[in-house]
Write a protein that binds this ligand. Structure first.
Ligand SMILES: Nc1ncnc2c1ncn2[C@@H]1O[C@H](COP(=O)(O)OP(=O)(O)OP(=O)(O)O)[C@@H](O)[C@H]1O
Length: 593
């Protein structure tokens, strides 16, 4: 329950909705209670009038009494109708305040979580899968909303109603009040119990539903593999088994659900019987009137639904607390990627690595070890190495996805001293795994680059050697990508990703194996364009192909996170070491193909 304290700041922010909601709840309940008293008065009037009417049997006064009765009774009816309308109006206002407040809180909480997700480091995203992140921002927030919305509304209503109704009932007859209330505790305990079973079974259904939809989603995203491996019937059987389990769980819930209302009706019926039985004796003893019994039955029925809702409300609050606990877990995560001095000084592009060592926190794998390198501003450096040698790790460290041991400096200033988003803006990063948004080609190039003219966008695309391809699409730059759009080839995606990085005119460009899917001719065109664009800027070109490295001012060969060779193309060729061997091997492969 302590977890829910996080929401207090929102309840405070929207306190006026809460205060007004409570006031409206009190008023609406008063409009519910007053008709009960009118019913009592009118019933008593009926009895008294009948007594008097028959007492004046045969007298001329009798017709006067009848006329008087006929004019008073519709007046009572009209009052009851008016009260019902007023109660409805105020119930509407209750929802307009408390439920509206819950929607505001839901909105704020979602934004708070989303903002937190964005500032969390890569480590966090490696530890938690996307489904979990999605669930906490959608389903868990939804459950929390049930607490600040309906549960709070029913809770306030219950308290107000119990205070008002019980004090009215006590003022009429404490004895009858005791008997009326006797079955209610049993009712709420029974409902609480049944409700927990319902909740448990609903959760099992929910879990099965999410398994079912995850399976279905995977089937459709991997449909190409499934078809080519002729596995349709295997997946259909798997789906059927999952759906069958879903049906079984749903039927188990139906059983408890069907028990729920009969149980409530029996206990409420018992209360009604007690009112009539005990009330009847009180009438015989002359302590109560028939109107009082009618009044009590109305009170009892007014209390039935709110008392029934106790079980529901309690379990909603429990579920909200569990969900808020999960949300707080993420909100309390600390990001270690923060700036020490928030520097925003102009960057020229010099890069220095001093004894850099990085161990992946979750796996303990050493990504880079004793890595020392100086890259002057305007220089280009190629990082070569076999798979798993630590090349991408280096790229991740430059863009400060992780902080390593040792030190990385930009223009002789520690990377940690720069404002994080400022320094990232100075770097054009093309990751190994290209990610494009389901949007137009133009918007994908413009992504995060601020105001750009169409000429600038076109120039970046030309430099990435993608212009002719885009012209070939019927809608050119407006072509949509993604699920409902066209699918680009691997090489086209890489080139679009390069265009997106260079259009920002970065001071430092990091290409992480970004030319692996293009042929050597295109690779050459792009590299030549890059050497023109990045003339006075720094480029880090990561690759496992010697052809990408040839033009670089400096070449570094990595193996198991350590530098094994470095120098220029000529010096390394003369040395006849790893680079030379790699060059010869790749040359032969190229000749063969
Ligand atoms: N997020 C991660 N968590 C744990 N270990 C990782 C992570 N990313 C990489 N590694 C490990 O770190 C080592 C270096 O990986 P890295 O991605 O830097 O290699 P690479 O040289 O870029 O390889 P490739 O050319 O195949 O992309 C590998 O052993 C890899 O398994």
């Amino acid at each position: 329950m302590k977890a829910l304290a996080h929401l207090n700041k929102y309840l405070l922010k929207y306190k006026w909705y809460l205060v007004l909601g409570t006031v409206f709840t009190i008023i609406s309940n008063l409009f519910g209670i007053l008709p009960a008293q009118i019913v009592r008065q009118s019933l008593d009037l009926v009895k008294d009038t009948l007594d008097v009417y028959f007492a004046f049997q045969g007298s001329s006064l009798q017709s006067g009494i009848r006329d008087q009765f006929y004019t008073t009774i519709p007046y009572f009816g009209f009052l009851i109708l008016l009260m019902a309308i007023m109660k409805g109006v105020f119930l509407f206002m209750v929802r307009q305040t408390i439920i509206v407040m819950s929607r505001h809180i839901e909105f704020d909480l979602k934004n708070e979580i989303y903002a937190k997700y964005q500032e969390l480091p890569m480590r966090f995203f490696k530890q938690h899968n996307t489904g979990d992140l999605m669930a906490r921002i959608s389903e868990d927030v939804g459950k929390v909303r049930m607490y600040v919305g309906p549960a709070l509304m029913y809770g306030i209503n219950l308290v107000v109603l119990i205070v008002l109704v019980i004090s009215y009932m006590l003022s009429v007859s404490p004895k009858l009040t005791f008997y009326v209330l006797l079955p209610l505790p049993f009712l709420s305990v029974a409902i609480y119990y049944v409700n927990s079973v319902i909740m448990k079974r609903s959760e099992q259904i929910q879990a099965q539903l999410s398994t079912l939809s995850t399976d279905a989603q995977e089937t459709f995203s991997g449909i190409r593999v499934i078809k080519t491996f002729v596995q349709e019937s295997f997946f259909a059987d798997k789906f059927r088994a999952g759906a069958d389990e879903f049906k079984k769980r749903s039927l188990k819930l139906v059983k408890v659900d069907s028990l729920f209302y009969p149980l409530v009706m029996v206990l409420v019926g018992l209360s009604n019987v007690l009112v009539i039985y005990v009330g009847g004796q009180e009438i015989i003893n002359g302590r109560l009137t028939a109107g009082n019994i009618a009044e009590f039955i109305i009170y009892l029925n007014m209390m039935t639904w709110p008392v029934m809702a106790i079980g529901w409300t309690t379990s909603q609050v429990q579920r909200a607390a569990a969900s808020q606990q999960r949300i707080n877990e993420f909100l309390n995560e600390k990001t270690e990627i923060v700036s020490r001095k928030k520097l925003m000084t102009e960057v020229k592009g010099k890069l220095s690595f001093r004894d850099v060592r990085f161990v992946y926190p979750d796996s303990g794998i050493v990504g880079l070890d004793r890595f020392n390198l100086e890259v002057a501003a305007g220089e280009s450096v190629a990082i070569l190495g076999t798979t798993g040698s630590g090349k991408s790790t280096l790229a991740n460290l430059i863009v400060r996805m992780y902080d390593p041991e040792g030190e990385i400096r930009v223009d002789d200033v520690p990377l940690k001293d720069y404002e994080v988003s400022y320094i990232r803006r100075q770097i054009g990063y093309v990751p190994q795994e290209v990610f494009l948004f389901s949007d137009t080609i133009e918007n994908n190039v413009r992504f995060g680059a601020g105001e750009l003219t169409m000429e600038e966008v076109e120039q970046a695309v030309k430099d990435a050697d993608l212009y002719d391809n885009i012209q070939g699409f019927p809608e050119g730059f407006q072509t949509r990508l993604g699920e409902r759009g066209i699918t680009l080839s691997g090489g086209q995606k890489q080139r679009l990703s390069i265009a997106r990085a260079i259009v920002r005119q970065p001071k430092i460009l990091v290409l992480d194996d970004s030319l692996s899917a293009v042929d050597t001719h295109t690779e050459n065109v792009i590299l030549n364009n890059l050497s023109r664009i990045m003339k006075d800027k720094t480029s880090v070109i990561i690759s496992h192909r010697v052809s990408s490295a040839k033009l670089a001012d400096k070449i570094v060969v990595l193996d198991e996170g350590k530098i094994v060779e470095s120098g220029t193309h000529e010096s390394l060729m003369n040395k006849g070491g790893v680079y030379f061997e790699l060059h010869e091997k790749q040359l032969k492969t190229e000749e063969l193909s």
